[in-house]
Write a protein that binds this ligand. Structure first.
Ligand code: PLP
Length: 497
């Protein structure tokens, strides 16, 4: 049985279903498999299947207390009729690299892959742990996570979800993706304030009313839940299998993955794939101008005391990458991790040892690209290959170019690459960020999201994803706008129904 331990307390040890139910460990730690050797698997047999069978194999390793029959069932339920691509995460050749499209789910961004899974894993975990309360998910969102969480949790038995978003602070597309889904267990609500206000408000509610009414407990769906991380391991295998199928690599060849990174969840999943045995070459951690991870992976110095930039890749605008704590725990050990996290809280920075940095650099390369470089990549790749990337994927593409040219990593990194192929993870559909994509192409904006999306449609051959195509004509079902101070009574009322 895989045992999950808290990164901040060695004595907290739980099963996978309990870790998923808890989300975060008491005391602020994250759950990680205590013995990383235990995840070692027969990767050669895993890559033989389709996406679903790969998912079953991976989940069965990490979520072993569910039992094989149950994880198999949960994979089927999670991915049934949700993704427009038959193989869920198709791989496309672009230039001399391969783009792994992770955005064929209901909200056209990669968070769908994990948020299709988490609600079902949580729902099943209730019964397994004798938990009789219904679970009400509270989420504050700056745009993307909210809609993916709504699509994941809608109609899942024993769960409900309330999403708070900043009034006037999200794009029209993002707002409509949240306010049009009509399910009885879903609520989207605007708050008069910015994203930070929403986030702070939600954190406060978790502290003040963990059980808002009898029979209902609050929980969160953010990416520190191990139930969101593990489903993402699967597509590293899927990409590898597709490269073999295309005859690009032989079994055993190494593959580099370039990952557009914010909270370090997606790329951490790649590290777990490596530990399972998949021949992962380098994991290139691609950041935008908020390049705190680039500095860290090149110098070992994590410093969040820096200016925060709003970029055209908003889902990567993060200064504290929570999931990095998981890597620290494995590489630096429990004691150092605790110390570094304390320093981060108290002083806003920490410095790992040279040996620890060296260990990380054996696998990870940190590279960043500016908005301008990202925009140039969108235009350049569209002109040369007729392939249109969104603003997050293009940051990864620009980072790959920097990495390949030797411009990055900095000369502190002693490890080159002997990979047979490079995969760029594509985390959103270009339609989802139509305005910024049009600007990158040098096109005029139309004045509305709907118009911009139509214009992207005219420029490319690709269909508008079905989840986005209809939202402008759907009725708005969630119309509430409330003050921050009213969040508490609002949640209590919603839980009472
Ligand atoms: C969340 C997100 C990312 C960053 O993923 P992390 O797991 O937070 O590193 C990148 N691109 C898009 C479009 C996202 O929504």
């Amino acid at each position: 049985m895989i045992e999950y331990v808290s990164t901040r307390d060695q004595s907290v040890r739980v099963s996978s279903s309990k870790a998923i139910l808890d989300g975060q460990a008491a005391g602020g730690g994250l759950y990680v498999p205590a013995d990383i050797e235990a995840v070692k698997s027969d990767w050669r047999s895993i890559i033989k299947g389709d996406f679903r069978s790969m998912a079953k194999a991976v989940w069965n390793v990490f979520f072993d207390d569910y039992g094989k029959e149950e994880t198999d069932r949960l994979v089927e339920v999670s991915y049934k009729d949700k993704f427009s691509a038959p193989d869920i995460t198709p791989l496309v050749k672009v230039g001399d690299a391969y783009v792994l499209e992770l955005w064929h789910g209901p909200t056209s961004a990669f968070k769908d892959v994990a948020l299709s899974a988490l609600p079902n894993l949580m729902s099943a975990a209730r019964g397994m742990n004798g938990f009789t309360d219904d679970i009400m998910i509270l989420t504050a969102t700056s745009g993307d996570t909210g809609s993916a969480a709504i699509q994941g949790f809608r109609d899942v038995p024993g769960t409900g979800i309330i999403v708070f978003y900043p009034h006037g602070g999200v794009s029209d597309t993002q707002r409509l993706q949240m306010v049009t889904p009509d399910s009885s267990n879903v609520t989207a609500c605007a708050i008069r304030g910015n994203f930070d206000d929403a986030q702070t408000g939600v954190k406060k509610l978790f502290r003040e009313i963990p059980k808002p009414v009898k029979g209902v407990s609050l929980s969160s769906a953010n990416s520190i839940n191990i139930g969101r991380l593990v489903p993402q391991i699967v597509y590293y295998f899927s990409a590898y299998a597709q490269l073999m199928e295309k005859g690009v690599i032989k079994e055993g060849d190494k593959v580099d993955y370039v990952v557009p990174t914010g909270n370090f969840g997606d790329i951490m999943a790649g590290w777990y794939a490596l530990k399972m045995g998949l021949p992962v070459g380098r994991l290139v951690c691609a950041s935008n101008k908020n390049n705190v991870l680039t500095e860290f992976l090149n110098t070992g110095h994590y410093d969040r005391k820096r200016e925060f930039y709003k970029t055209t890749s908003p889902s990567m605008d993060i200064l504290v990458s929570s999931n990095l704590e998981r890597l620290l725990w494995y590489v630096c050990g429990p004691e150092h991790t605790l110390e570094y996290m304390k320093q981060l809280e108290q002083t806003g920075e920490y410095q790992i040892t040279d040996d620890e940095l060296f260990e990380m650099q054996k696998v990870f390369t940190g590279v960043f690209a500016s908005d301008d470089k990202g925009a140039a990549a969108i235009k350049g790749v569209f002109e040369s290959d007729k392939y249109l990337m969104d603003t997050h994927t293009s940051i990864a593409w620009a980072c790959m170019e920097k990495y390949r040219s030797g411009e990055a990593p900095a000369d502190t990194v002693p490890f080159g690459s002997d990979a047979a192929a490079t995969v760029v993870l594509s985390t959103a559909s270009p339609y989802k960020f139509s305005a910024a994509v049009l600007e990158a192409l040098g096109e005029e904006l139309t004045g509305s999201d709907e118009g911009n999306m139509q214009k992207v449609r005219e420029i490319t051959d690709a269909e508008v994803p079905s989840g986005l195509a209809g939202i402008f004509s759907k009725p708005v079902v969630h119309k509430d706008v409330i003050e921050i101070s009213d969040m508490k009574p609002y949640v209590i009322e919603k839980c009472t129904r």
